[in-house]
Design a protein around this ligand. Structure first.
Ligand SMILES: Nc1ncnc2c1ncn2[C@@H]1O[C@H](COP(=O)(O)OP(=O)(O)O)[C@@H](O)[C@H]1O
Ligand SMILES: [Mg+2]
Length: 223
């Protein structure tokens, strides 16, 4: 069974003056152990679709199912905390917490205590190539690529099996972007995560196992 499934998903932003049909009937099944790229021009609905997968909002029509259960039937706070991890373009680290504390923080929210949380955090930071010399630094003392690696380590420190990344290399130079992509690739192929990356970088897309090309809120091509 696929871990995450979109069934004829629609999403409409409604304001007093207009309605924007951002997602117009997407159906797709995502599996564990694969790297997916969602591509398409700005405004085609990529971020909206990703936020529906992430449970930030519910589809206006259709449904998203996680392990066979509709997100509308799940406790969505719990779903977002435990089952999916979102990585954004702007890293979203806590500026006043150290690298180690940033990775520990979500575990502590889930009741994992100091020492145990620290052990896991150290392991996840190692997995993205950030050794001990980074632990006590603040995000402002890191390059963009390093900050994004911290954000990925934090995502990995949750129990989530689905990693959703919205333009994760958008603020990075080519070399750092490559590095982040290699980490995400490894997470899919060696650790078995379901990794879904929104990108307009065709280089990234060429390394994905599957590519979904969106236009006007629909899949126009998949391969
Ligand atoms: N909060 C919002 N309110 C109204 N329209 C929105 C909102 N967010 C996005 N949109 C519109 O929905 C469409 C899809 O946007 P988005 O999912 O952000 O596209 P992408 O990530 O592919 O650039 C665009 O036309 C955009 O203007
Ligand atoms: Mg977007």
């Amino acid at each position: 069974m696929s871990i995450l499934q979109a069934n004829d998903v629609h999403y409409t932003y409604k304001s007093k003056y207009q309605a924007v049909h951002a997602v117009q009937g997407i159906s797709y099944a995502f599996e564990e152990g694969r790297l997916y790229a969602i591509i398409g021009k700005s405004g085609c609905g990529k971020t909206t679709f990703l936020s529906l997968l992430a449970g930030l909002d519910l589809p206006s029509e259709g449904n998203v199912a996680f392990n066979g259960t509709f997100t509308s039937h799940l406790n969505r706070d719990q779903y977002r905390r435990e089952h999916v991890a979102l990585i954004c373009q702007s890293f979203n680290l806590f500026p006043l917490l150290t690298v180690l504390e940033n990775v520990m923080y979500p575990m502590e929210l889930r009741g994992i205590k100091g020492k145990a949380a620290k052990e896991i955090a150290v392991k996840k930071l190692d997995a993205v190539g950030l050794g001990e010399s980074y632990h006590k630094r603040l995000p402002a003392m890191l390059s963009g690529g390093e900050q994004q690696r911290v954000a990925i380590a934090r995502a990995l420190a949750s129990d989530a099996r689905v990693l959703l990344a919205d333009e994760p290399t958008g603020n990075l130079d080519t070399e750092n972007g490559e590095n982040i992509l290699s980490i995400l690739e490894r997470m899919a192929h060696e650790q078995g995560y379901c990794v879904i990356v929104v990108t307009h970088d065709l280089g990234i897309a060429s390394r994905a196992d599957r590519v979904l090309h969106l236009r006007d809120g629909k899949i126009v091509d998949k391969h």
